[in-house]
Design a binder for this molecule. Structure first.
Ligand SMILES: *[C@@H]1O[C@H](CO)[C@@H](O)[C@H](O)[C@H]1NC(C)=O
Ligand SMILES: *[C@@H]1O[C@H](CO)[C@@H](O)[C@H](O)[C@H]1NC(C)=O
Ligand SMILES: *[C@@H]1O[C@H](CO)[C@@H](O)[C@H](O)[C@H]1NC(C)=O
Ligand SMILES: *[C@@H]1O[C@H](CO)[C@@H](O)[C@H](O)[C@H]1NC(C)=O
Ligand SMILES: *[C@@H]1O[C@H](CO)[C@@H](O)[C@H](O)[C@H]1NC(C)=O
Ligand SMILES: *[C@@H]1O[C@H](CO)[C@@H](O)[C@H](O)[C@H]1NC(C)=O
Length: 338
């Protein structure tokens, strides 16, 4: 496959994928939450707010929410890309819409960090992006916290905020980045959150939500939220893509479908020392009311890569490697059904 693409380049034929020739990607800019963050949320909590310059991939005294190294590092490795990871654990698309933990949000604080790093003379007539728009791609991967606990799932959101607003926030962020000069975008759809322990049909307490709740209702609500968000995002991206035909490339990465694929064919994706496990999770918290006991009863390091999930909400490091591999295919124009 690779040689076919290489041949196209040599022959100067180009390759039409998102309606235009596949450009050479040198950098990836990421916006998101704990599914992507390596260390920013922790650096903020640790007093180095705003955490902008805390870009360490292997912080000496830290682990990310997947229990290890997050997928952006693997994506950088697979594609030799420079990774600008602005994702922050606990973040939402907009703190105006869903002020959960008020971490730097995708449309606000995270975009500001991008401006500080990459836009000179912001807001003036001399405004200039320091990267070639053809050589970097923006990936937006947000929504889990927006629809989750202490927000939509338990009706904690403002009475005048809807899923449509959440989807619009992602599209508006893309418009804002377009205005700054970015031209290549991928929106990662929301994952099948109904498959996580937190949003399963069990009403048993979890470390993230020890209070009583109706598991069966939550499970159905989450399915509905995620499906609806993804439909809105897909249609919004298609409309924007049409509007910007020829001047920008937009695509949805079907994270939902890819996670379903891993869930349904685990042996293809999980390679730890025990049989693949897509229903349980490695990291254990024996008492859902006591964070300090978390870690007691964890799977072993050798077993880790057998698990799809690290804990009750977060994908594992191996799931992240799989995601990075699939996104790498997307970026290089290799065949992927997602
Ligand atoms: C937190 O801050 C302390 C003191 O500045 C530093 O020694 C430590 O490495 C930091 N930890 C993390 C995870 O950033
Ligand atoms: C990786 O990327 C860097 C910076 O863009 C470049 O200098 C280097 O040649 C690349 N390495 C490979 C093996 O392509
Ligand atoms: C960039 O410029 C815009 C328009 O003047 C302004 O609203 C925004 O706050 C600036 N952002 C940063 C990070 O300086
Ligand atoms: C919960 O989901 C499991 C499968 O994940 C199913 O076997 C079970 O019947 C469901 N329970 C209820 C009460 O819906
Ligand atoms: C599982 O596969 C990944 C590549 O996807 C590899 O990096 C990792 O080391 C493997 N894990 C084990 C336990 O062999
Ligand atoms: C999956 O892992 C969980 C947590 O370790 C465990 O309780 C469960 O029995 C495992 N399921 C399978 C099918 O091995």
């Amino acid at each position: 496959m690779v040689s076919f693409y290489a041949l196209c380049w040599v022959l100067g034929l180009g390759l039409r994928v998102w309606g235009k020739t596949i450009p050479t990607t040198k950098a990836v800019v990421l916006f998101g939450d704990s599914y992507t963050d390596q260390s920013r949320a922790h650096s903020i909590a640790n007093g180095t707010y705003p955490g902008k310059d805390y870009q360490e991939v292997f912080p000496p005294a830290d682990t990310a929410a997947d229990g290890g190294v997050q997928w952006p590092w693997y994506l950088g490795l697979y594609g030799n890309y420079t990774i600008w990871n602005y994702a922050t654990g606990g973040a939402v698309c907009s703190n105006v819409l869903t002020p959960l933990f008020v971490e730097p949000d995708v449309i606000g604080g995270q975009t500001d960090w991008f401006i500080q790093d990459h836009v000179t003379n912001n807001g003036t007539k001399d405004q200039k992006l320091d990267m070639d728009p053809e050589e970097f791609v923006v990936i937006i991967y947000i929504g889990t916290n927006d629809v989750g606990i202490h927000m939509f799932i338990d009706d904690s959101q403002s009475p005048t905020v809807s899923l449509a607003d959440l989807a619009d926030c992602q599209l508006t962020t893309i418009r804002n980045l377009y205005a700054l000069g970015a031209r290549r975008f991928i929106v990662n759809s929301l994952i099948p959150l109904q498959l996580t322990r937190l949003y399963s049909n069990s009403s048993d307490p979890t470390i993230y939500y020890p209070a009583p709740h109706d598991g069966v209702a939550w499970n159905k609500r989450m399915y509905n939220f995620v499906q609806t968000m993804n439909t809105l995002l897909r249609r919004g991206v298609a409309a924007l893509s049409e509007e910007w035909r020829g001047s920008a490339t937009l695509d949805v990465f079907d994270t939902y479908g890819f996670f379903e694929e891993m869930y349904n064919h685990p042996a293809k994706f999980f390679n730890g020392s025990i049989p693949a496990n897509v229903t349980g999770h490695c990291h254990q918290c024996p008492d859902p009311n006591d964070f300090t006991q978390c870690g007691i009863g964890d799977c072993t390091l050798a077993e880790r890569d057998s698990y799809m999930w690290w804990d009750e909400l977060h994908p594992s490091e191996q799931t992240g490697r799989n995601l990075a591999q699939e996104l790498f295919k997307k970026l290089t124009g290799a065949e992927t059904q997602f």
